[in-house]
Ligand binder design. Structure first.
Ligand SMILES: C[S@@+](CC[C@H](N)C(=O)[O-])C[C@H]1O[C@@H](n2cnc3c(N)ncnc32)[C@H](O)[C@@H]1O
Length: 371
């Protein structure tokens, strides 16, 4: 089957490399997506092990051109082969680059086609928490129809049970940027403004080669509810991932933040992620905190998008730039900032990656260590 891995725009090449490492065949990159050939166990593995992915979808129909009629395509697809009669379906229609005022009506009509074809017994009035999502994506005269095998988006690893932090980074975005930075546990790791602890936890998972979604609950992946689900293959995929886990790295990953509540939350998240003893969180101000022997540094600075926060965010970015030129110069540093704040860092990065962080245009600036 053909598989589509959805990924935040800007991170496609990282997802492609991850897929290649997992052994995917015929890998092609598109905007916000990577396609590959796969069998069912590979779909399970991709959901469990890809760090950068938002979702893994099974492509049911794809045409690059010709603007096929989506209703005719839906009428021709073998829905009963993949869908169970006791699980509801939702259809999402997305037209890239244009506003389609009919999208909802069209989605409802397409859903009826599927419900009739697969003889789905559930009523639309009783929401099904495990409803299967079918995603229709049109761009000019290209059409893709795909079945969501992930369910909850893959940044939900299972350890962030609740959060009061205002601006947590999505786990898959953090992990992708850490991969880009080259974090592998062989050097000390620190995040001097760690917020809810996302990067510290993802860095530790990378160091341990621990599968990012290993603590999701049973039934949370949509593939578990699709017809043809192979429970034995799924168990084997999980067992193989657990068996591969490396011993604890020599360096404990650390996180600091000025906000004591964020630090308390980060510690709790690490416990839920079952790596509490392999991380250290403490309150601290990144302008003054002592980091110790150099290694890899990741910082996701306040975005300063609200007018009243702008001055403070700019001053903080300047302070980080100063430290990168002086006592942090021997660290390999990756700084995620709103694009408008990049000049405030005052130094040209060795590499930069433009990243869409939700609605925000951000840049991940990588600074090589001075020797
Ligand atoms: C964009 S958030 C980081 C979010 C984090 N990556 C996460 O996933 O939760 C920026 C963080 O910088 C922290 N911060 C602001 N000023 C700071 C300072 N002077 N020193 C350390 N942390 C600071 C804020 O408390 C906030 O948690």
């Amino acid at each position: 089957m053909r598989v589509l891995v959805a990924v935040p725009p800007g991170l496609e090449s990282i997802a492609r490399d991850e897929l290649v490492r997992l052994g995917a065949a015929a890998v092609d990159v598109a905007h916000g997506a990577v396609f590959c050939d796969a069998d069912l166990p590979f779909v399970y593995r991709a959901n469990l092990e890809l760090r950068s992915a938002s979702r893994v979808l099974e492509v049911l129909f794809h045409a690059e051109r010709g603007a096929p009629d989506v209703h005719a395509v839906f009428a021709s697809l073998p829905w009963p082969e993949r869908l169970r009669a006791d699980r509801d379906v939702l259809v999402h229609v997305q037209d890239a680059g244009i506003d389609n005022p009919d999208a909802e009506r069209e989605a409802a009509a397409l859903r009826r086609v599927v419900v009739d074809a697969a003889r789905i017994a559930r009523k639309a009035t009783t929401p099904d928490p495990y409803a299967i999502a079918i995603r229709v994506h049109r761009h000019r005269d290209r059409l893709t129809v795909a079945l969501d095998t992930s369910g909850a988006p893959l940044h939900r690893r299972g350890w962030r049970r609740s959060s009061s932090h205002k601006a947590p980074l999505k786990e898959n975005v953090a992990a992708a940027l850490l991969i880009e930075l080259g974090v592998d546990g062989s050097r000390p790791f620190v995040d001097p403004c760690c917020g809810s602890g996302t990067a510290v936890i993802e860095a530790t998972y990378l160091a341990l080669d621990k599968a990012p979604a290993i603590h999701r609950k049973k039934g949370e992946f949509a593939f578990e509810w699709l017809r043809g689900f192979d429970a034995r293959a799924w168990r084997a995929v999980q067992d193989a991932a657990r068996a591969r886990r490396k011993p604890a790295p020599a360096h404990v990953a650390r996180g600091f933040d000025v906000d004591a509540r964020a630090i308390a939350e980060a510690s709790q998240h690490a416990e839920h992620a079952r790596i509490g003893h392999q991380v250290r969180f403490a309150t601290g101000d990144l302008r003054t905190v002592e980091l110790g022997p150099p290694g890899d540094l990741f910082a996701n600075l306040p975005y300063g998008v609200r007018l009243e926060d702008r001055g403070r965010a700019e001053a903080l970015a300047r302070a980080v730039g100063d430290r990168l030129r002086t006592d942090w110069a021997s660290w390999r540093a990756g700084v995620l900032v709103h694009t408008s704040l990049l000049p405030a860092l005052g130094r040209t990065p060795e590499r930069r990656l433009l990243v869409k962080n939700g609605a925000l245009d951000c840049v991940f600036a990588i600074f090589a260590p001075a020797d």
